[in-house]
Design a protein. Structure first.
Length: 366
């Protein structure tokens, strides 16, 4: 969305958007350009259509080809797939219409294999004209695990629109029922094993045991109470007697207002390419703490934007959180550096023109 917004505001480039699934951002995409929802493009399963399908022997693959062909009636020259989940569609656009294709990979190995096995990934990514990796970790994984030629991959980091971030509503800040002097340790993302949801309780236990005088709350933004993992998390938290230390918040339309309340942002992910919520927290001057060997964020932190702990070492995460809580000068210095990095390296105005140059290099060959 940040990329399309920049393209719309800065260039005379015509594009349409194909959403593979519906979701809460659909209306925002529709504000940027003509937007299609995949489910709406299928031939509706009426009685007559079912008979035609049976008589003609058409398959779901034929239906996919029909949808792809409908786009090329409009004369598209290039297809940009913004996730590995788009790979089967890039494959069809390439095979059926010789389209130029770009695949932007926001996934590391565990997430890649959630969608496809390595044989499929290797075979079909090599057919894509250009692959965009959103961090060095993603690029190295593509080369080392999937044998993708380095010359096919371009590194363009994730980014946010720093010039159009929502303003913090100081008059109606969320009420998290915090006690005076409590530190707010923020984290976020859709709960999952990959995001380290199960590591939250060990972190809280390490903080309580190691630093009994430390007053704190941990806030997980994006953890809906109806999510099964969240239910399991809070079940265990109750039994451990630490449920009062954890606040789970569902998806928010105004996340900036919540992130602004954090004192530090802790990324518990086992694997994360380069999550945008970290950039949003850093933009708001929040120091970042994460695990080593956990994806792309160590590449951000190594420039002075935070601190790293050994992989899955929650006691070391706890120690670093406590250190920052007792050293406001250091906390502010790291937060300032995090903010400056987002502005100078991970902003739409920096990365989006680089991606457009990549797009343009293929368009000139059409």
């Amino acid at each position: 969305m940040h990329l399309l917004s920049w393209l719309k505001n800065n260039l005379e480039l015509q594009f349409e958007i194909l959403l593979l699934e519906d979701g809460p951002l659909k209306r925002d995409f529709e504000q940027l350009g003509k937007t299609h929802l995949l489910n709406d493009l299928y031939i509706k399963p009426t009685y007559l259509n079912r008979i035609k399908k049976k008589l003609l022997g058409t398959t779901i693959q034929d239906e996919y080809k029909r949808i792809v062909g409908a786009f090329f009636i409009n004369g598209f020259h290039l297809v940009y797939g913004n996730t590995i989940a788009a790979l089967p569609w890039l494959k069809l656009f390439k095979e059926e219409h010789a389209a130029k294709t770009i695949c932007c990979i926001h996934e590391l190995q565990y997430a890649l294999n959630y969608f496809f096995d390595n044989a499929y990934l290797e075979q079909n990514l090599k057919r894509v004209d250009i692959i965009i990796a959103v961090s060095k970790a993603v690029k190295e994984n593509l080369i080392n695990k999937l044998n993708i030629p380095e010359k096919k991959i371009q590194l363009h980091y994730e980014f946010i629109d720093t010039g159009n971030q929502p303003s913090i509503n100081s008059t109606s800040k969320p009420d998290l029922a915090l006690m005076p002097g409590e530190w707010v340790i923020g984290t976020g993302g859709a709960p999952s094993w990959r995001k380290g949801t199960d590591l939250l309780i060990p972190l809280v236990q390490s903080l309580i045991k190691g630093y009994p005088d430390f007053k704190f709350k941990v806030v997980w933004l994006g953890a809906d109470a109806e999510n099964n993992l969240v239910k399991q998390l809070m079940h265990d938290a109750e039994k451990c007697g630490i449920a009062d230390k954890i606040i789970c918040l569902p998806y928010k339309a105004d996340p900036i207002n919540y992130i602004s309340l954090f004192d530090v942002f802790v990324l518990l992910s086992r694997e994360d390419p380069f999550p945008l919520i970290v950039l949003e927290a850093a933009f708001l001057y929040k120091p970042i703490i994460a695990f080593e060997n956990s994806g792309g964020i160590p590449e951000f932190i190594e420039h002075g934007a935070g601190m790293l702990a050994p992989y899955l070492d929650t006691s070391e995460i706890a120690r670093k959180v406590y250190q920052l809580s007792r050293d406001n000068e250091r906390k502010d210095k790291i937060g300032q550096k995090a903010h400056e990095l987002v502005i100078t390296k991970y902003s739409s105005d920096i990365i989006a023109p680089e991606i457009y140059r990549t797009i343009s290099s293929l368009l000139t060959k059409c």
